[in-house]
Write a new protein. Sequence first.
Length: 320
Amino acid sequence: MPILRPRPLAPLAAGFVAGIALALFPKAWIPLTALGAVAAILSIRWGPPLLLAVLGLGLGALRQHASEGPPRLLPAAPLEGRVDGPPRITRSLADPNGDLEDDGSFIVNGVQVRYFRQHLPLIGGERVRVHGKIGPPRPATNPGQFDYPAYLRRQGVDAVLTLQQLEVLEGPTAPYRMRAAVRSLFDRGMRKEVGGFMASITIGGHEPIPEGFRTSPQQGGTAHLIAISGQNLVIVMMSLWVVLTLLGLRGRPLTILLLILLGLYTLLTGLEVSVVRSYLMMATFFGAGLACRKRSALSALSLAALLLCALGPGQVLVGR
């Protein structure tokens, strides 16, 4: 495999991802870690891609085992902590008086807080105290049913609280205030549902949008075109590149400023995984040029996969 020899990150990343997936089988992490240790010793003298893949296999299995750990004790209510990201709104209706009533959820300290028929003034990053009934997620009751508790565990959530009372102790942090300011621009001169739709496809988030806005792209097979993803970052990058080039920037200053502005846009999206992956790939690809190294799309993809899966092994099974 001559193509992989100058790109050692590729077999290492492939092995790492495979190790995470295989370690989901009971006790499989033990032999996989042992194989990885042997590969680590052998790779000191020899470094073929196969050895690097086996090394990644062991590291991935070890990372998955470390992420499982012992089950956390169920926290007691009231729960206090920072709101992790903007609330996910699943339904939004107006009552007879014209006031909004939402159904949604948000995360605090690894606990999913669910609320119904309430409109909460949260944008993300607030320090809150929540009161309510807390317990483990309900398991699937039918064979083949979607295992929602397992999905939540892969997101780092191991308990669910039904909200009864909310206290906001501190305001949101600066990145979320900046995101809220940009989000408010979409409500100027647009109907609420149109503003929510435009905000969702531009800076991400989970907002209720009319059924027609959602089902039409799904039926036409174009839903992926309006979902927040790496393509948004590419569009923003090309737009910024044109503007900065017209302003006379060239070479390294152009690249550095592009990476800074794209990083800010990634923060605006609420650090959606697909956008973070794309940004890591761009930063690696263009960073290689800044470091006078040969650029490689395969190495950029491999490094992004390694970092994302090392930080959150559950990303391997997100689409499951």
